[in-house]
Design a protein around this ligand. Sequence first.
Ligand SMILES: [Zn+2]
Length: 214
Amino acid sequence: MDALFDKRYLCELCGVEFTNKKIRRSQIKVKTIDSDFYTEYAGENPNYYLVKVCPYCGYSWSDFSSPLKSSEKEGLKAFLKETPPDENFSGARDPATAEKVFLYALKIAEWRKEKPQALGNLSLQISWIHRFLKNEEKEKEYLEKALEHFLNFYQTADNIVNVGKTMFILGELYRRLGKKDEALKWYARIVSDEKVTDQNIIRAARKQWQGLRM
Ligand SMILES: [Zn+2]
């Protein structure tokens, strides 16, 4: 059975129905998961299909996006007319295509002044594509961007659903960028902060803290 199928979506901006590929749940095969939740798959990578792109008006969104406001629509249509996607993204996506899709989604998210969490997640996804492709320099460039957005998110959000996980990602981003002292601070904070209740995250933070201290 083909791992991919055509899923129908209704474009939030132009209202036209279109299809983008999606992976059948039964066909998702996890190979390895890194400490920062980067996952490698045997076969198709479901993350490459997180972003939907309407082939008619170019609007693109993902689970990280906020709902479209009617006050945004006219301006967004004009913006998309000026900067349409380079290609039709309705087919299968290899890493290079997935990168283009995420960069395009990031451009729209920035135009919409999306929340830092959304910008951070998109940047993290781009850095993971480069990790897969072993483009270390590019991976770091997007880890830096992700760090900036997640720090902003942590400092400005009123109520973070899994605050421990956000703190852990901050620790991991610092560690991967070679900033050991900053990473240690975040791991230590997770263990001592009463707001953090996720035991798996506390265990992971302890393990990373010990690993860095050795
Ligand atoms: Zn559309």
